[in-house]
Design a protein around this ligand. Structure first.
Ligand SMILES: [Zn+2]
Ligand SMILES: [Zn+2]
Length: 174
């Protein structure tokens, strides 16, 4: 799927990341992280396993689970819960926010400086220490809106607020 040189610089980056996190840079961990970084969405462990199955038939789902948990514990990936109730993984460590489709479950990144500058309310300070602020916008993506429109013969497409006109992040290399 992803040829070796599809992400030049990935291997040295991965090795440096493992070194600074005190992790062993195993070939399996490398491929698991590469699969996630190469995903335009926020995959689950099962998604990652499926992506790698053809190339690594001996890779077990359990190994994928353990590698992802390890990456998450070291702050290399962020865990989030999707509308499907499953655990997804996010390799994007830059400040960003999420557009979540409640129909197809797709989670997309966007950046919006207004949200980045949000000040936490006093109640958050009383609650404890805030380390990250991330906004989630839930609704229907354009594709699902289109399907809704086609389904309801003559009916109105469901009224969902428009996603903000923020710049979507281009993921991966280049
Ligand atoms: Zn959708
Ligand atoms: Zn994200």
């Amino acid at each position: 799927m992803a040829p070796e040189d599809a992400q030049p610089g990935f291997v040295p980056w991965f090795r440096a990341l493992c070194r600074e996190s005190g992790l062993r840079a195993t070939p399996q961990r490398l491929e698991i992280l590469r699969a996630i970084v190469g995903c335009s969405s926020h995959p689950t462990a099962e998604d990652v396993h499926r992506i790698l199955q053809a190339r690594m038939p001996t890779l077990s789902l359990d190994t994928v689970y353990r590698a992802l948990a390890l990456f998450e514990r070291h702050g290399i990936l962020v865990k989030l819960w999707g509308p499907d109730g499953r655990c997804h993984f996010d390799p994007n460590r830059e400040p960003h926010h999420h557009l979540i489709c409640q129909e197809c479950g797709r989670i997309e990144d966007f950046t919006w400086s207004v949200f980045d500058a949000l000040k936490a309310p006093r109640v958050a300070g009383e609650w404890g220490r805030v380390s990250r602020v991330q906004v989630e916008m839930h609704g229907l993506c354009a594709q699902c809106l289109k399907k809704e429109g086609l389904k309801g013969s003559g009916g109105q497409p469901q009224d969902a607020s428009k996603p903000p006109r923020a710049e979507r992040r281009a993921r991966g290399s280049s």
